[in-house]
Design a protein around this ligand. Structure first.
Ligand code: MG
Length: 451
């Protein structure tokens, strides 16, 4: 595996606190407090929709004090705290504020990477890497946010030699933390940290670690890179080791590898035929983004959460395409497979969530894509191309009036928007609302911390 060995030549131990990782606290709830000052200092939860049957997707720290957290049902939250403010999510607004916040922080520091709507890593310059200077810079960032955006937008900041360590540092103190983690602090400072709290250690890795007798941080710390690779079963383990020990690579600009959306299903969309409408809407939105980026997809995956428990997943490959009809047809086949699975297993039928992704992306000019097309039927490719053009026109018609409408309706208004062209069978599903879920569903891939 010599090619694996060479990829670590780029890794170098970082001297000093090179990274500032910033994690906004109870982000959605904080935005609601920011926009509604009367909610400052009050218990607030944010729900995916206006319904008593959903669970909170965010809880303010004041709500957390009542034992309310992400996932708490609205009715339980009201029992725990009758005074709670229940706010339906406004994802467009959360994205707007995210952009404002990122712009404000970048007045102080260059951005390295955005991990999710409320998490990002920034780089400290060489002269800022000793603890006193790094802390001074972090305080400037906090002041800038409070003064130029708003005091409701609090963040926990971690300062460390690698992004993974900076993220772990940020996790230490919430809300409003500022934590320095140096290599000399390790493993002692994190000795008590459960392994599962580390990005990159999922349930599977945790089990494999346990089998190797590694059940606490000091034991994890004592591993050699080769052992980490063996336990993870791939080079990912070695990357993890490097991040954990304060090594970093120079971050390359993000290359999109997939586009997709995910959505938790409310009670009215739990039945498979209703959930299918949601899946289709998510897919149409993803396809529209795909065309927007000028990309083509060559595979698609569907993952559904089953109620009361479990998950079912499937994937399909096809020739590179931008055609929503092909994607919808593929989704139909997948859905048939799901229903068959449910019948065979006497599964109850209700679904808790759907995730649809387009993968294997390439631009027209990519050699990857040209190679792929060798296998494609020329006639099929031509039809595909014509349809893709038609979809791009539909995308434009849908995009233009929306912008005007948004300007008229104002940023803080609840999002009431129209799609001008949509599929008849989809008219009961608000595509714009689903589209705005991008930010919410963009859960950072844990592996991203390792690259
Ligand atoms: Mg957060």
């Amino acid at each position: 595996m010599s090619e694996n060995a060479s990829q670590f030549e780029n890794y170098h131990p970082v001297r000093g606190l090179s990274y500032l990782f910033l994690d906004f606290n109870a982000y959605f709830a904080s935005v609601e407090q920011h926009d509604h000052p009367e909610l400052m200092g009050r218990p607030v939860i944010v729900t995916p929709l206006q319904s008593e049957h959903t669970g909170a997707i965010a809880a303010s720290y004041e709500a957390k004090a009542f034992g309310i957290k992400r996932g708490t049902k609205v009715k339980d939250a009201r029992e725990l705290c009758p005074d709670i403010a229940v706010m339906p999510a406004r994802h467009d607004r959360y994205v707007q504020l995210h952009n404002l916040l990122m712009a404000e922080i970048q007045r102080h520091l260059p951005l390295v990477k955005i991990y999710s709507i409320d998490e990002a890593a920034f780089q400290l310059s060489r002269s800022e890497r000793d603890p006193a200077r790094a802390i001074e810079t972090a305080k400037k960032v906090k002041c800038g946010i409070a003064e130029n955006v708003g005091p409701a937008m609090r963040a926990s900041i971690g300062l460390a030699p690698s992004r993974l360590l900076a993220k772990l540092a940020a996790e230490r103190v919430k809300p409003d933390g500022l934590t320095v983690l140096q290599l000399s602090d390790l493993p002692g400072k994190l000795a008590e940290m459960p392994l599962r709290d580390i990005p990159g250690v999922g349930a599977g890795v945790e089990r494999r670690l346990a089998r190797a007798d590694i059940t606490n941080f000091p034991a994890l710390w004592a591993l050699e890179p080769k052992q980490a690779r063996a336990i993870w079963g791939s080079v990912t383990g070695e990357r993890f080791w490097y991040g954990l020990h304060g090594y970093e690579t120079v971050e390359e600009p993000t290359k999109k590898s997939m586009i997709g959306h995910s959505r938790v299903l409310s009670r009215e969309y739990e039945a498979p035929d209703r959930a299918r409408l949601v899946a289709r809407a998510l897919l149409l939105k993803a396809a529209s983004r795909l065309r927007h980026y000028g990309m083509h997809a060559s595979s698609m995956s569907l993952s559904v959460r089953l109620r009361p428990e479990g998950r079912w997943e499937t994937a399909r490959r096809f020739s590179y395409s931008q055609d929503s009809y092909l994607f919808l047809k593929t989704l139909n086949d997948m859905w048939t497979e799901l229903i068959q699975f449910q019948r065979k297993n006497n599964a109850e039928g209700r679904l808790g969530g759907v995730t649809v992704y387009l993968h294997g992306l390439a631009k027209e000019a990519d050699s990857k894509m040209q190679q792929g097309d060798l296998f494609a039927d020329a006639a099929v490719a031509q039809t595909d191309d014509k349809r893709a053009k038609l979809w791009r026109i539909i995308d434009q018609i849908n995009a233009d009036p929306k912008d005007k409408f948004n300007r008229l309706s104002g940023a803080k208004e609840a999002s009431v928007k129209t799609r001008h062209i949509s599929l008849a069978s989809q008219s009961s599903v608000d595509l714009n609302y689903l589209g705005a879920k991008i930010a919410f569903s963009r859960v950072p891939d844990e592996a991203e911390f390792l690259y």
